[in-house]
Design a protein around this ligand. Structure first.
Ligand code: COA
Length: 468
């Protein structure tokens, strides 16, 4: 192992030992066991605290600061594993042997080539879209390209149009509300509207290969959209590079150093799964309707695009720039706290201890910052901010840095634009989305919570002419 990679390994080992020491006094969780439904739980608004399903994919323990994928803790996975191996683990429930891993990597590599999808994507105004918007569209294009069934596939498509002029359509054939229709369709001989059996849908949705294809495809689309934003053509993946290495290469066009490749690999591992967060839940809700997995993952991308979910790391970097210098930190924090404002990158709904992902990513940013004076000064501000918040409110309110505190800085070190921060999250979380959707479908039940109705019940109807 070269010395850079050795350092990275030691950083994770140290972080793991610190986590263990700091939370040693917190109680160990019970050994998980299957529960019979219905399950008693206290539910808050937004389903907070609700138990919606049972899962073996991943586990978060906020007091111990644990993040576990399929029984393996995040520190061990980051120290010894690769993102490819972790994807296999999440999807299959066990770590792969050498042959299984080689096959899995080969599939990921092959699925990364999506020339038809990218060609179609380039037909849209990608430069006017956010990368998340392009990703949403790209996943839809993947669906069109790779999915051989669609509930309306038996209907004619625009390519079947035989006339593009309104006058050629007999008046009585124009459906009400479509007065501006400009296409007339001819049904292909023998073509019938297909009905799809639910079993076939489930079979397709739970397709393991589709999940691998989506894991590969999301990174390809993100990289292509980013290249198009830079007025450059998308790049094909390089056979010598790992998944993480190719992600960097396909975005920046340069071959990453082994340390950069490994650090992005670790960042992908850290973001791969995190319980029933909003985007995972959104993916599962759509999958539970037996919509296919492309539509399901599209919902996950949409949920992630919101600033309350995927965007906090962007705020952190803006915040650090705004503070500017280490000497400004104390005053800045006092002002924020006195105005009862939240400081981005601190606090977490689940963790009441140091987020293990921040514990890993923080020193890795330090490792990269040594190479870049621009990032080094922001890293110094970040360290001082962490120290100050810990001292002023951290211990009392149990507020520690979360994963977003360091992830944006880490991407900046690699040279990724801020517009890629949230997409990078998607490039990794796609593994958790697909693993959990597939698992859920094994015992599927459509999600159907209730709302507590607090509106009127007995209003007297007033005709429109009498309403003032
Ligand atoms: N900065 C300052 N104070 C914070 C804080 C932060 N980032 N996060 C929580 N607190 C304080 C709250 O003001 C509250 O104080 P109070 O008891 O005096 O009212 C206390 O800690 C508990 O906070 P609460 O809002 O109940 O925590 P939560 O679990 O509901 O919220 C977050 C969790 C993530 C929404 C919240 O910490 C936050 O908004 N963080 C900043 C945004 C961020 O980094 N998001 C990414 C999350 S991965």
């Amino acid at each position: 192992m070269n010395s850079g990679l050795n350092n990275i390994h030691n950083i994770i080992k140290t972080a793991s030992a610190e986590a263990l020491a700091e939370t040693a006094n917190e109680p160990e969780p019970e050994t998980p066991r299957k529960k019979e439904w219905p399950i008693d739980c206290v539910v808050g608004p937004g389903l907070e605290g609700a138990i919606a399903c049972q899962s073996k994919v991943g586990y978060v323990n906020g007091t111990k600061g644990w993040l576990v994928y399929r029984g393996y803790n995040i520190f061990d996975l980051c120290a010894h594993s690769t993102y490819e191996e972790v994807c296999y683990l999440l999807l299959n429930g066990c770590l792969p042997n050498r042959t299984q891993l080689a096959d899995f990597k080969q599939k990921l590599f092959e699925y990364s080539f999506m020339n038809n999808v990218l060609r179609r994507l380039m037909g849209f105004d990608i430069e006017k879209m956010s990368v998340m918007g392009a990703l949403r569209l790209g996943i839809n294009l993947m669906r069109t390209e790779f999915s051989d069934f669609d509930l309306i596939e038996g209907l004619p498509s625009l390519s079947d149009a035989i006339a593009a002029d309104e006058d050629s359509i007999p008046m009585d054939a124009i459906p009400f509300g479509e007065k501006h229709a400009t296409f007339e369709f001819k049904m292909k001989k023998g073509r019938k509207r297909k009905t799809h059996k639910i079993e076939r849908q489930v079979d397709k949705i739970s397709s393991y290969d589709t999940a691998i294809q989506l894991i590969a495809g999301v990174s390809t689309i993100i990289a292509a959209a980013s290249r198009l934003h830079q007025n450059r053509f998308p790049l094909e993946p390089h056979p010598d590079l790992s998944f993480a290495g190719n992600l960097i290469y396909m975005i920046t066009g340069r071959r990453p150093s082994p340390a950069e490749e490994r650090i992005i690999d670790i960042s992908l591992i850290c973001h791969a799964d995190h319980g029933m967060n909003a985007s995972t839940f959104a993916t599962m809700v759509v999958a539970s309707t037996l919509a296919d997995i492309y539509f399901s993952v599209g919902a996950g991308v949409s949920a992630l695009s919101g600033p309350l979910h995927g965007g906090a790391n962007l705020d952190v970097v803006k915040q650090l720039r705004q503070i500017g210098r280490v000497e400004n930190v104390g005053k800045w924090v006092d002002e924020k706290l006195s105005q009862k404002n939240k400081i981005s990158g601190f606090g977490h709904r689940v963790y009441r201890s140091y987020d293990p992902r921040a514990r890993i990513l923080g020193p890795l940013v330090g490792h990269l910052a040594d190479e870049s004076s621009r990032i080094a000064s922001l890293y110094e501000v970040a360290k001082e901010l962490e120290r100050t918040v810990a001292q002023k409110v951290g211990a009392e309110k149990k507020i520690f840095p979360n994963v977003d505190f360091y992830s944006g800085l880490l991407y900046s070190c690699i040279g990724f634009d801020e517009e890629l921060f949230t997409p990078m999250f998607a490039a990794s979380r796609i593994a958790g989305w697909t693993a959990r959707a597939i698992e859920y479908l094994e015992n599927n039940r459509i999600f159907r919570p209730r709302a507590l109705y607090i509106g009127e019940l007995r209003n007297t109807y007033i005709p429109v002419e009498n309403r003032d």
